[in-house]
Design a protein around this ligand. Structure first.
Ligand SMILES: C[S@@+](CC[C@H](N)C(=O)[O-])C[C@H]1O[C@@H](n2cnc3c(N)ncnc32)[C@H](O)[C@@H]1O
Length: 226
């Protein structure tokens, strides 16, 4: 079934191909400011997990900016994981990808220094359970950054985001309607994200709009040990 109809469905081969080529390059720009902040704060040799990594654009970009990081990408879609592995061939000793679900992360407790996720949480059948999994695998004091489309985004921010999709000009009005209806429309607003943050385990969590984009950021740190 199409992810447009049911956001919790698995991307089919065509959807994952179109997404990877046309939309993902614009989506990872949503994480630009988050990435800069995270990279500045991560200790040397940090272990980073990206949940819902898609075709691995962000993981490969992170690896290119910091050669001391070990990055693991996880995604539900075998096509996306396959694509990510190909994309990361040049950095394969530091960047690995696994198929799996955010709702049951196949990692030990407190394994990672940072967990990030971009544009994936709206697809998780139980977002709070997925977020709790992200926190479980974070070490005490580790950083979480979850970026997702904002259901309450402005038309201006939505249009500017869609203008960066790699699609023919003629399709943009349709893409804008699609984004507002099926992407942002199936995502969360500030109150939803704040409610998730309030239910996460001990830590300092905050939710904000990512300026100039139609996205929200839930971020913070798991409580450090006393
Ligand atoms: C909109 S794409 C975002 C991909 C990537 N983060 C990016 O920014 O280009 C959403 C991704 O989340 C993945 N996904 C959906 N449900 C998931 C789940 N329950 N666990 C892990 N990944 C999931 C999809 O397969 C897809 O690759």
């Amino acid at each position: 079934m199409s992810v447009l109809v049911d956001p919790t469905a698995r991307y089919n081969a065509l959807e994952s191909y179109v997404y990877d080529r046309a939309i993902a390059p614009a989506v990872i720009e949503l994480a630009d400011s988050v990435e800069e902040r995270l990279l500045a704060e991560l200790p040397r040799g940090a272990r980073v997990l990206e949940v819902g990594c898609g075709g691995g654009h962000l993981a490969v970009r992170l690896a290119g900016k910091r050669d001391d990081l070990t990055i693991t990408g996880l995604d539900l879609s075998p096509e996306q994981v396959g694509r990510a592995k190909v994309r990361a061939r040049a950095v394969a000793e530091r960047v690995t990808f696994v198929e799996g679900s955010a709702l049951s992360l196949p990692f030990d407790d407190e394994h990672f220094d940072a967990v990030i996720s971009v544009a994936s949480i709206k697809h998780w059948p139980d977002p709070l359970r997925g977020l709790s999994e992200c926190v479980r695998v974070l070490r005490a004091g580790g950083a979480l950054a979850v970026v997702e489309a904002d259901r309450g985004c402005t038309m201006h921010d939505a249009r500017s985001f869609v203008s960066r999709w790699r699609i023919p000009q003629l399709l943009r009005p349709l893409a804008l309607v699609g984004f507002r209806t099926f992407v942002a429309g199936n995502a969360f607003d500030l109150d939803d994200m704040r409610a998730f943050a309030a239910m996460l385990g001990p830590g300092q969590w905050a939710v904000e709009r990512v300026p100039g984009t139609p996205a929200l950021l839930l971020s913070g740190r798991r409580k450090a040990r006393a």
